[in-house]
Design a protein. Structure first.
Length: 110
């Protein structure tokens, strides 16, 4: 895994874009996927989208001419970055489970 760890916001944005979505839809989906923990402000979202576009991890789909709404979708490169992050998070989780004997409450193991 050569990629750096993704921020939680970027992770959820990439997860959201496995199907095409526009900005507001991404914001709603990120909040839903995170159980309400992650709420993206418009500036944060569009800054992240611009960075992801520059990296080639997402693409802007051609939109209708009479609307400013753009839909975005993950690219093959973005999917690989997301899969690398899932593998990284899985490794972290597995190592934590090994250390704490698979207990769900880490305080019980201290």
């Amino acid at each position: 895994m050569a990629n750096q760890a993704l921020t939680e916001a970027v992770y959820y944005i990439l997860l959201s874009l496995t199907d095409p979505l526009h900005g507001y839809g991404i914001m709603q989906n990120v909040e839903k996927l995170s159980g309400g923990r992650v709420r993206l402000a418009a500036g944060t979202l569009y800054g992240a989208l611009n960075t992801l576009l520059e990296k080639g991890w997402i693409t802007a789909l051609p939109g209708e001419k009479d609307t400013r709404k753009k839909e975005y979708q993950i690219t093959a490169e973005g999917r690989m970055a997301l899969l690398d992050e899932i593998a990284r998070l899985t490794e972290l989780l597995e190592n934590g489970k090994k250390l704490f004997g698979g207990k769900s409450n880490a305080e019980d193991s201290l």
